[in-house]
Design a protein around this ligand. Structure first.
Ligand SMILES: [Zn+2]
Length: 234
């Protein structure tokens, strides 16, 4: 039955499925929404991803598993949300704080709502003993905790909870062009096979305060990061 609405809508009520036994599966799709809360029961089986990090300051690698829960399965509101995190390592040195960290992070995940703030909080943790350059990516990690923060960031990007890239396609193309020019110049000066060079950033680049990649060069009088586009003039 169709009804034209001629007045402003001042109040609305969502029909509960219990009150209407004739509710079809299709309309239920649009009306029943399961949100993640502390009361959400853990299903017997969860799917997840395991990431490996190998901090040079540790003899053993750390394996970080983040399991996701599927909410509103089979409906238009189907979403995957992180539910729990585990960190495994042969390295016993980190044991107690790693257990504490994973319990707290899992509790934040299960509360539902926005958990993306965890990424910036963890990435900002500095180890007084000094950080390290992540093998393979060359990104500066101020601590193992920050490394775990980066893993959570990667995972939340796969779930579309964080934007995949902060810069638009136009800016990306511009940076790519500047990067190629900087690399061509750099190669002319010295035959370099450094790790930074293999990552396609010039050896002369300095560390970026935003993305921690060694990719800041001087462009038209401004310090510009070839990786994330962060720029400072003067
Ligand atoms: Zn940067």
């Amino acid at each position: 039955m169709m009804k034209e609405i001629t007045q402003n809508i001042s109040a609305a009520k969502v029909k509960s499925p219990d009150s209407d036994a004739t509710l079809t599966a299709e309309s239920a799709n649009n009306k029943v929404m399961v949100n993640l809360t502390e009361k959400t029961k853990r299903p017997e089986m969860l799917v997840g991803s395991t990431y490996k990090i190998k901090p040079p300051i540790s003899d053993h690698a750390l394996y970080i598993t983040i399991n996701d829960i599927l909410l509103n399965q089979g409906t238009t509101q189907e979403v995957r949300r992180p539910f729990e995190i585990f960190v495994n390592s042969k390295n016993m040195e980190f044991y107690s704080w790693v257990v504490a960290l994973t319990r707290v992070i899992s509790a934040v995940f299960r509360k539902g709502g926005d958990c993306t703030f965890l990424v910036e909080e963890l990435k900002a943790v500095f180890d007084p003993k000094g950080g390290y350059y992540q093998p393979g990516t060359g990104i500066f990690m101020p601590s193992v905790v920050a490394d775990i923060g980066h893993v959570i960031e990667t995972h939340l990007k796969t779930l579309d909870m964080l934007p995949k890239s902060e810069i638009d396609a136009h800016q990306q193309a511009f940076l790519k062009q500047k990067q190629q020019a900087a690399m061509a110049e750099d190669t002319n000066k010295t035959v370099s096979k450094s790790e930074n060079h293999q990552l396609n950033f010039p050896d002369t680049a300095s560390n970026c305060k935003k993305c921690y990649q060694k990719s800041v060069v001087l462009l038209d009088g401004c310090s510009t990061c070839l990786n994330c586009g962060d720029s400072k003039c003067g």
